[in-house]
Design a protein around this ligand. Structure first.
Ligand code: CAA
Length: 389
């Protein structure tokens, strides 16, 4: 029996910053951002969205009556959680009207949280094939105004249902995992923005990629030539390309061309949204599945997950016959095209206002966002959420 990703949903806020505007404001050559970093735009989160609402907005459109009946595990992968105790999964369960009998909790290991969730969900479904899991990766990537990391910010959520006989991607039974105590990126409890040793983090990411991909091939006695495409955690799309290039000398010229072409398909969405932390690898997978012209059912796709601190994992998915979803693709393309472009002054103002965690009482005007689920404020230290549509 195959187990894997049955459906994928994606949400990103309805506002973005054009990175040519940001480059001009920061006295940088726009080509550094567009080519050197590989990003064109970044999502800007309004006050009425957070990790919980983005997760709900990503998941809601993909859930049908069968999902709602069969989901008995809800895993919320995030490093932008809204409470130090209560998990985002419980808020999500309530907003989506999922069964009270479900097990719901939050996982944190930097950008790796959703992958940990998927692997747990896979084992759960293997043991309970009549049940399903909902796994979300939802985050707001913040480094700070006028920092080197500013160009690699972003926000959004990817939601996935994990089931037996999945329509989209069957997951390999095994994966290769590598972890070590590394201070490349972290966020102390008192901080709204991440701290990062940027160049060091890039080096570690690439080292973990090579270690895990080679360990996977050795352990599973498979060859790189079995893989038609590779997808990456994409904090910014150039980093995935750099990692991919380290493997190119190991394969034929024809395979290099194929991998590079599929990589372009896998970064279309990420280039426009920026870093989603936990959701980034799965947004890249979504981009590949929607935008590929070369893949068909049966193709094998390598997935490299990386969470600073650090944890890396490499595993393989087999593309299933139902992987193309033209409605999903149209919905995502329309959502990205219809976003409102903020100028740099407005982005800076919104950046400074968000988030509103430590306020005992505050009211947020959710009017401009248009999202199904919104955060409306804090009453008596309790966060308030609403479904609007
Ligand atoms: N035209 C074209 N390319 C240009 C250029 C120009 N005019 N000017 C510079 N470039 C290129 C550089 O050559 C460089 O390319 P290579 O990486 O291929 O050498 C690239 O643009 C970036 O230039 P710099 O290295 O000089 O950029 P920087 O010092 O300002 O910082 C960064 C870049 C380290 C990525 C920084 O943005 C950062 O710290 N980002 C956040 C950290 C991060 O995302 N780390 C990823 C690994 S950690 C992780 O994965 C977890 C997570 O999600 C955070």
């Amino acid at each position: 029996m195959n187990v894997g990703i049955d459906k994928l949903g994606f949400y990103t806020p309805a506002y973005y910053l054009d990175l040519v505007d940001l480059a001009r404001a920061r006295n940088e050559d726009p080509q550094k951002y567009l080519v050197g970093i590989g990003q064109a735009q970044q999502a800007v989160i309004p006050q009425s969205q957070d990790a919980v609402t983005m997760a709900a907005n990503a998941a809601s459109p993909i859930l049908d009556a069968t999902n709602r009946q069969q989901i008995s595990l809800i895993i919320f992968g995030s490093e932008s959680g809204v409470d130090n105790s209560k998990s985002g999964a419980i808020y999500l369960q309530n907003l989506l009207g999922l069964p009270r009998s479900a097990r719901a909790f939050e996982i944190k290991q930097a950008c790796y949280g959703a992958t940990a969730g998927i692997q747990m969900a896979k084992e759960f479904v293997k043991n309970h094939p009549d049940q399903q899991a909902l796994v979300v990766g939802t985050d707001v990537a913040r480094y700070g105004l006028q920092t080197a990391g500013e160009v690699t910010q972003g926000s959004g959520a990817v939601a996935m249902t994990i089931s037996a006989n999945p329509r989209t991607l069957a997951l390999s039974t095994n994966s290769s995992v590598y972890s070590d105590d590394i201070m490349d990126f972290w966020r102390p409890l008192n901080r709204k923005e991440a701290l990062v040793d940027g160049h060091y983090s890039n080096d570690i990411y690439q080292q973990f990629f090579l270690k895990t991909v080679h360990a996977y091939c050795e352990q599973e006695q498979c060859s790189l030539t079995d893989l038609q495409a590779l997808t990456f955690h994409l904090p910014y799309t150039k980093l995935g390309l750099k990692a991919l290039r380290t493997l190119l000398p190991e394969v034929s010229a024809a395979q290099q061309t194929q991998w590079l072409s599929e990589f372009e398909a896998s970064r279309v969405y990420n280039r426009q949204v920026g870093n989603l932390y936990t959701g980034s690898l799965y947004l890249s997978l979504l981009s590949l599945l929607d935008q590929t012209t070369g893949l068909s059912a049966g193709a094998k796709v390598g997935l490299f997950s990386y969470g600073s601190g650090a944890q890396g994992e490499f595993f393989v998915g087999t593309v299933q016959p139902g992987f193309r979803d033209t409605q999903r693709r149209s919905r995502i393309e329309a959502a990205l095209a219809q976003r409102t472009r903020l100028d740099v002054d407005q982005y800076e103002e919104w950046f400074t206002q968000w988030p509103t965690f430590n306020t005992a009482n505050v009211t947020i005007d959710p009017a401009p966002d248009g999202a199904e689920f919104v955060f409306t404020g804090v009453v008596d230290n309790k966060r308030q959420y609403q479904r609007r549509l």
